[in-house]
Design a protein around this ligand. Structure first.
Ligand code: NAD
Length: 388
């Protein structure tokens, strides 16, 4: 059983799928681990460290991909410089595990199916207690929430904590976090540790207690509809509810020095929570960090990957924040992936029990088929838009 770790070729991706520590654990369990030369360098893990952990370093990319039984990576397979897709390097029947973005990029999933790859999309792991240690969406979102606050603090022309000094008293910064999922809760905790006064809002009322337990105030909005979908995710809300939400949050945005937005609805464009009118009401020098920038943005003024100065307000739309903290992001991701590998491999063979909800949810292609109905629907929608 060969477990292979690919070097990420996507521009800006510094994470790696396994770190030396997890390699040594897999090797002790009798698995053979191959690591592509230089795969860990972006995360400061040398080839020598992987070798010392028991991995074999492979310089030839085609050999690594072509002979892997299970290929582990971080991001979606890429087109290579030689014009071939990474998918085409895998042998038929091999297992691929990574963030495959199957709802956002169903074409890659189709290619994996055509190539008869058994692909596991780590973002489709159920958000259940049983699967917690494989939940890479959570581990990486937590990094993003933490880093968002540090970026905001660095961009803010003010202190975060309250200070009483001989040169006068400095009031604490006011932080407003919109969307209190994993990233939002980590942002709240980080902003509190830096000494800010924090408010938070989410359309899922269940998060109120978590927000309050972190020392933040929960901003309540009464909506006359169910806001929670299967799996505990938020639903897309009606236009009436969006308007109601915007009316309530506008005052909190206006008062804030920093707004961190993290609101997402899986498979949909991110909801716009901060309008141009709200930005216009903010104090000059205020900062918005929009963690939904890649999904269309929670702020109407966000430009993905850019810092925009709008009426004196800085709007930051970071892309792939977990990659900017690659040591711990990779460490946690490696733990998530190695747990899934251990779950799949029994007695040196891959056991695909589709009765198991973790395997059934995360396995998006097998034996030439796309297995997930939501991915099939996303593919039909993409094809229909291309025809129009
Ligand atoms: P996410 O990234 O999909 O969304 C972030 C947050 O945005 C969510 O809290 C969501 O409610 C909120 N949101 C969506 N639309 C909004 C709007 N219009 N206005 C304001 N907020 C809006 O969420 P996530 O962090 O991935 O968490 C998703 C769910 O999974 C949550 O219920 C979370 O508690 C659950 N979860 C469970 C486990 C576990 O049990 N092991 C682990 C992690 C997450």
């Amino acid at each position: 059983m060969k477990i292979a770790v690919a070097k990420e070729i996507e521009v800006g991706e510094r994470r790696v799928a396994l770190i030396p520590d997890t390699v040594s654990r897999l090797v002790k369990q009798g698995l053979e681990v191959w690591v592509e030369a230089g795969a860990g360098l972006g995360s400061f893990f040398s080839d020598a460290a992987y070798e010392a952990a028991g991995a074999k370093i492979i310089s030839d990319t085609a050999t690594l991909w072509g002979e892997a039984d299970i290929l582990l990576k971080v991001g979606i397979p890429q087109e290579r410089e030689d014009g071939r897709s990474e998918v085409d390097l895998l042998r038929e029947g091999a297992v691929l595990i990574g963030f495959l973005n199957p709802l956002g990029n169903p074409a890659v999933v189709q290619r994996l199916a055509e190539h008869k790859i058994t692909a596991f999309s780590i973002e489709m792991i159920p958000r259940s207690t049983r699967a917690q240690s494989m939940d890479a969406l959570s581990s990486q979102a937590s990094v993003a929430g933490y880093k968002a606050v540090l970026i905001a603090a660095a961009a803010l022309p003010k202190y975060f904590p309250m200070l009483t000094t001989a040169a006068g008293t400095i009031p604490p910064a006011k932080v407003f976090v919109m969307g209190a999922g994993v990233a939002g809760l980590q942002a709240i905790a980080t902003a509190r540790r830096l000494g800010a006064v924090v408010e938070a809002f989410d359309i899922r009322p269940a998060v109120k207690d978590e927000v309050q337990s972190l020392g933040a105030k929960f901003v309540e909005v009464q909506l006359n509809e169910d806001t929670v979908a299967a799996g505990g995710y938020a639903k897309e809300i009606s236009e009436v509810s969006k308007q109601r939400t915007q009316e309530v949050v506008a005052e909190h945005v206006k008062q804030a020095d920093i707004v961190i937005t993290t609101a997402q609805v899986p498979g949909r464009k991110a909801p716009v929570l901060v309008t141009e009118e709200m930005v216009a009401q903010m104090k000059p020098g205020s900062v918005i960090v929009d963690l939904a920038a890649e999904q269309g943005g929670n702020c109407a003024c966000t430009e993905p990957g850019k810092d925009v100065l709008w009426n004196g307000v800085t709007i930051i739309g970071p892309i792939n924040l977990p990659s900017s903290m690659p040591v711990h992001a990779s460490q946690m991701y490696a733990k998530n992936l190695s747990t899934l590998v251990q779950y799949l491999v029994k007695d040196s063979a891959i056991q695909l029990n589709f009765e198991d909800d973790i395997i059934n949810s995360a396995c998006v292609t097998h034996a030439g088929e796309i297995r997930n109905q939501r991915v099939k629907d996303a593919l039909v929608n993409t094809q229909q838009s291309a025809v129009k």
